[in-house]
Design a protein around this ligand. Structure first.
Ligand code: APR
Ligand code: PHB
Length: 386
């Protein structure tokens, strides 16, 4: 088989890239290791920056987002048993929207298939070849048959554990920070007891109150990275959430899991005709809610470069891809690390805890401090060109 751009991975990065390319009349094929059901049901974060929402609308896939997404104006920072509001919309004129990542994935998959773009699920043994040439290839097995896709370029959108980054491992410099803790996340059938998100600093550790709809709550607790979920029966979870967050509406829990936290960047994000985007190139701790939004930003930058390559055979824009994408990646790394370090129990003792409170109070007392947090949280405006 031959296509213009081969895309590995049907997460937000790969699917959004296929959409952006299709809009430009560029042909792509997406190969995904998992089943469609698995990818569409995988529970992940759910906070969209204004840029992400704008792009989904621009691509005509914003209909369900507009009817089911919850537009928020700000967040609460909770400490000393009180919620302190940060009015993001007032400070920046921009909004955030609560809409589950798997809903974005469903909408994009449906739109792509509807537009005749090939998304192949349950593909195995994916390998990348000849990326130093003008005709890189992806080999894989699908429906019990060995197959091969020859392309002009390959986009490695296969997440942190994919094969793309591994293929160019000896070309990369890695930057990594592993936190000693993780988040225990639950989804529950319960009306959220708050109108907007609550990020809570507490002696016992961080907690986050978020939601998916008027009837579904999503909550997180800081726990040890090695913690066993078996130690957390539902009663204990609700009890601890109440301690850290104050008023909480409990209800039946239908999803529960622990995710360890890390910060990671691989540079450069490209080699030859292979371009990494999203989690395959970088991971942020979820405290800044940047993972999905960064993935979308990468492909926003990558798509015009690939378009130029396919149409004119030129690589000027693609040559600038890494530098352009990394500006936002490192901004988000810094912000995610700042939010994480400000709000979690880091194990450093009393002095560290008082410094965290001083930082939180500064956000409340100083408009420039609040504005800086807000502009990072809602996301800096997308660069018009690069
Ligand atoms: N071959 C084909 N597909 C693969 C392979 C492989 N060898 N390895 C992984 N994949 C698929 C995964 O099954 C997954 O569906 O690649 C996809 C990668 O998707 P994501 O992990 O969602 O990554 P990305 O699209 O970059 O989106 C980033 O996801 O991890 C969250 O918080 C993160 O919200 C952020 C977003
Ligand atoms: C979520 O809604 O799942 C969510 C929101 C904000 C975060 C992380 C996760 O910082």
């Amino acid at each position: 088989m031959r296509t213009q751009v081969g895309i590995v991975g049907a997460g937000p990065a790969g699917l959004m890239l296929a959409m952006l390319l299709h809009r430009e009349g560029i042909e792509s094929v997406v190969v995904e290791a998992r089943t469609r059901e698995y990818v569409e049901d995988r529970v992940r974060a759910g906070l969209l920056e204004q840029n992400t929402v704008d792009l989904l609308r621009e691509l005509d896939v914003g209909e369900r987002l507009d009817s089911e997404g919850l537009e928020h104006n700000g967040i609460y920072l909770r400490y000393d048993e009180e919620n302190h509001y940060v009015d993001m919309a007032g400070l920046t004129g921009r909004h955030i929207t609560i809409y589950g990542q798997q809903e974005v994935v469903k909408d994009l998959t449906q739109a792509l298939l509807g537009r005749g773009v090939s998304v192949l699920f349950e593909v195995s043994d994916v390998e990348l070849h000849d990326i130093d040439t003008d005709h890189p290839r992806i080999t894989y097995e699908h429906d019990g048959r060995a197959d091969e896709l020859t392309c002009d370029a390959i986009a490695g959108c296969d997440g942190f554990h994919g094969v793309s980054r591994e293929t160019i491992a000896d070309q990369l410099t890695e930057y990594e920070y592993v936190y000693g803790f993780g988040w225990l996340g639950i989804l529950a059938e319960a009306k959220p007891a708050t109108d907007e998100l609550i990020y809570a600093w507490h002696e016992d550790g961080f907690a986050l109150y978020t939601m998916r709809s008027e009837t579904i709550s999503r909550l997180y607790l800081q726990v040890d990275a090695e913690e066993d979920i078996g130690n957390w029966p539902d009663d204990r979870i609700w009890n601890e959430l109440g301690v850290r967050l104050g008023d909480v509406n409990a209800g039946p829990i239908f999803d529960k899991g622990i995710t360890p936290m890390r910060s990671y960047v691989a540079e450069p994000m490209q080699h030859g005709r292979l371009f990494l985007a999203g989690d395959s190139a970088h991971i942020v701790p979820p405290t800044g809610a940047k993972g999905l939004n960064l993935a979308v930003n990468d492909v926003r930058i990558l798509a015009p470069g690939l378009t130029e390559l396919v149409r004119d055979g030129r690589t000027d824009r693609l040559d600038r891809y890494t530098a352009a994408a990394l500006r936002r990646v490192w901004r988000a790394q810094d912000f995610s690390n700042y939010m994480t370090q400000m709000l979690h129990h880091l194990g450093g003792g009393r002095f560290e805890r008082r410094l965290q409170l001083a930082r939180l109070e500064y956000v409340e007392r100083s408009e420039p401090a609040a504005r800086s947090l807000a502009e990072n949280y809602v996301g800096l405006p997308a660069e018009p060109d690069f």
